[in-house]
Every structure is written in structure tokens, then in C-alpha cells.
Design a protein around this ligand. Structure first.
Ligand code: ADP
Ligand code: MG
Length: 374
């Protein structure tokens, strides 16, 4: 048990049992010119293999279930699991994969009748889908209400790393936050301010904070309705580092470098070299670092330098390093540094919510499973 949640070892003898494994096979896909759908990154399917193999090695029959994309409660060819099923057949022969859970409105609606169909004939439930653990969907919270349950290896590692980060990080503990949507992340900013020694803010997120400090930010992305909250957070007197220089485009669309004040019409798209160097120093001197959200619009090579510098510092520092967030993980992979950090979380939203609230609906459900309560 970890945190009151059963692990695979707590399931007892699984031989001859039918096990439903909730996986996160929400893989990126592309459609080739001839119309076939192709998986562009197999990572999530391969990542589920340790759990699947642990079960099949011990004689269990494994049925996997996942969502893919955002179908609206009814079947749609472009969201069919067929390409994943073909891949799984080569990686784990004999393991079944159900059709996209979100083809049934009962999944997102957490419908008891859908849960009943899902677990019909199933003896054991294993949750290995951290990326969906913050959702109270049928396949996440339903099965553990009645079935003996456990978390799989991926979920176990996530809970281990992220709960530790929340409960007893080694200090100095630094959180580096960026990305675009500040309203999604202010809750975690507030929670992190309780435990971190320093908070570093870049990405589009920094402009709402800079605006709260009274700096003109030109036409940069910002959220006016969050300015008051940012002002309140800044007033808490905690160590918050904002960029001291910004690069972007001026009103004519030319590449430009600024300090903290952006003229009318200018758009900030990345932290400047001075800020990148300063943020890098902070990361190098930390003993624990959590990073979520790119420092700029890194998809455009002109505005990738800040994110690249932070990613390199994450790779070089002796600190224990954790990266959460789809785009931050993608940036890390783009720079070829994904193996240089200690943990890349498979769930962006889930990792932030676990840091913020200390628990997730999916974890709570496992903690209340029949075999966890005894
Ligand atoms: P994550 O997925 O890591 O949690 P987000 O989804 O919050 O990160 O944000 C990622 C997006 O933020 C990227 O697409 C990036 O281009 C964008 N972004 C970062 N900085 C800026 C900026 N200054 N202006 C516009 N977009 C930005
Ligand atoms: Mg994102």
C-alpha cells in the first residue's frame, strides 16, 4: 500500500482472474494522405506494458480500456481504438482492448449502468491512467466501488513522486511555471506558495503578473480578470521571480527585445536571455524543482530559447527534477532531454491538481476499494 492505496502486490493471487486495466492510451495520431490513421508516438502504450506483463506473467487475463480524444458520447471512426489495438496486439499478444470509453456518454457522465456493463465478468480492477485520475468518470471511480482494486506501476510512480513533492521535498524547493492559461493554474500557484522556497514565472502567464505590478505589457496575452488575484499573490511576500527581460514582436511584427515594459502594440512571446540565465541559476541551486508550462511560444524557433535554457538547467542541475504538463513534456522531448530529468509526469492536469489538492478522485476511489478498507 502507498498512501492507503493497494498496489499490484496487494491483489493476492491473480491466476485465472479477469483483470480490467484502465490505461491512458490517449496517443497522438495523424491521418496519412490515403486516409489511414497512424500513431505518431507509441510512448503511452509501451508505458503500460510493465503493469500488463506483471498481470499476464501471473496467469491473469487482461482487458484494457481507455479513452482517445474527445468524442461526444457516440462512436466516431476518427476516434476508434483500432490503431492502438493493432499495436497492442504486437506488444502484448492476447491482451484485449475495449473500444473508446467515451463512445458511450455513460463514461463522462459516470453512469452506474455503464460501470455495470464495464465490469461484467471482471474480477479485479487496476488503474494505471494517471492522466485521467482527476476526472470522476465511470471507468475511474466506478469499478473500485465493488471490485478488489489496485494502482498499476505508472500510477504508483506518479503518486510516489508527486505526494513526496507535496509532503517532504528537499529544500530549496523551486517551482517553475509557464504556459498560457493562467486561470487554470492560479490554484496551484497559491498551493505551491505554501511549500516552495521560490516560485519562478515565465510563459504567457508572466504578463498577468507584470500587469499586476503596473508594467505596460503591450498586446501580450493576459487575463484581465486574474490581475487582482495576481496582485494578492504578489502581496503575500513570498519569493516570486518574474522575467526582467522579454523578447517578442514589435507593433510592425519585427523581432524585438524589451525590459519589463512593453510598448503599445508589442507582443511578448518568450522570456529574454537575462531572465533565462537568472532562472537557470535558480534551478541549478535548488534541490527539488517542479516545472510546468513552457517559458514561451517554443513551437516557433525564434521564441524557444527561454524554454530550451530552462529545460537544459533541469537536465544539468543536481536537484530532483519533476516535469508535469503536456506541452512542457513535449518541449523537453523536442530538445532531446526527456531522459535527463528524474520524472516526467504523464498527466498535466492531474499532476497540478494532485499538487494543489493533495488527492484526486481516482486515488480516493482506490483508497475506498473493498480490499483497501480491510
Ligand atoms: P502545459 O501543457 O505544459 O501545461 P500550457 O498548455 O499551459 O502548458 O501552455 C503551453 C502553451 O503556451 C504553448 O503552446 C506555448 O506556445 C504557449 N505560450 C507560452 N508562452 C507564451 C507567450 N508568451 N505567448 C503566447 N503563447 C505562449
Ligand atoms: Mg498544454
Amino acid at each position: 500500500m502507498i498512501d492507503g492505496i493497494p498496489t499490484l502486490e496487494d491483489l493476492g493471487d491473480v491466476a485465472g482472474k479477469k483483470v480490467l486495466v484502465r490505461t491512458d492510451f490517449n496517443v497522438p495520431m495523424e491521418t496519412t494522405p490515403d486516409g489511414t490513421r497512424r500513431i505518431t508516438d507509441e510512448f503511452r502504450v509501451r508505458a503500460a506494458l510493465p503493469t500488463i506483463q506483471w498481470l499476464t506473467d501471473r496467469g491473469a487475463t487482461v482487458v484494457c480500456a481507455s479513452h482517445l480524444g474527445r468524442p461526444k458520447g457516440k462512436p466516431e471512426d476518427k476516434y476508434s481504438m483500432a490503431p492502438v489495438r493493432d499495436l497492442l496486439a504486437t506488444l502484448a499478444p492476447g491482451v484485449e482492448l475495449l473500444e473508446n470509453l467515451r463512445f458511450d456518454a455513460g463514461e463522462e457522465g459516470n453512469d452506474p449502468a455503464f460501470v455495470a456493463r464495464l465490469i461484467d465478468g471482471v474480477d479485479i480492477y487496476v488503474d494505471d491512467a494517471f492522466g485521467a485520475a482527476h476526472r470522476s468518470h465511470a471507468s475511474i471511480v466506478g469499478p473500485p466501488r465493488t471490485l478488489p482494486s489496485a494502482m498499476g506501476r505508472l500510477l504508483e510512480r506518479e503518486v510516489d513522486v508527486l505526494s513526496n513533492l507535496r509532503k517532504n521535498p528537499r529544500h530549496p524547493f523551486v517551482a517553475v511555471l509557464g504556459g498560457s492559461k493562467i486561470s487554470d493554474k492560479l490554484g496551484v500557484v497559491e498551493a505551491l506558495l505554501e511549500t516552495v522556497d521560490a516560485l519562478v514565472i515565465g510563459g504567457a502567464m508572466c504578463f498577468t503578473f507584470l500587469a499586476a505590478q503596473g508594467h505596460p505589457i503591450g498586446d501580450s496575452l493576459f487575463e484581465p480578470d486574474q490581475v487582482d488575484t495576481c496582485r494578492r499573490l504578489l502581496a503575500l511576500g513570498k519569493e516570486i521571480h518574474l522575467p526582467e527581460d522579454i523578447v517578442g514582436l514589435d507593433a510592425e511584427g519585427n523581432y524585438a527585445t524589451y525590459g519589463r515594459r512593453l510598448p503599445a502594440g508589442a507582443k511578448g512571446f518568450d522570456i529574454g536571455p537575462g531572465s533565462a540565465a537568472a532562472f537557470s541559476d535558480i534551478i541549478m541551486e535548488a534541490r527539488t524543482v517542479f516545472w510546468n508550462g513552457p517559458m514561451g511560444m517554443f513551437e516557433d524557433e525564434r521564441f524557444a530559447k527561454g524554454t530550451r535554457t530552462v529545460a537544459q538547467a533541469m537536465a544539468d542541475t543536481k536537484a530532483f527534477t519533476v516535469v508535469g504538463g503536456g506541452d512542457s513534456a513535449a518541449a523537453l522531448a523536442q530538445f532531446g532531454l526527456e531522459d535527463e530529468v528524474d520524472h516526467v509526469s504523464t498527466g498535466g492536469g492531474a499532476s497540478l491538481e494532485l499538487l494543489e489538492l493533495g488527492d484526486l478522485p481516482g486515488l480516493k476511489a482506490l483508497r475506498e476499494a473493498p480490499n483497501a478498507r480491510v
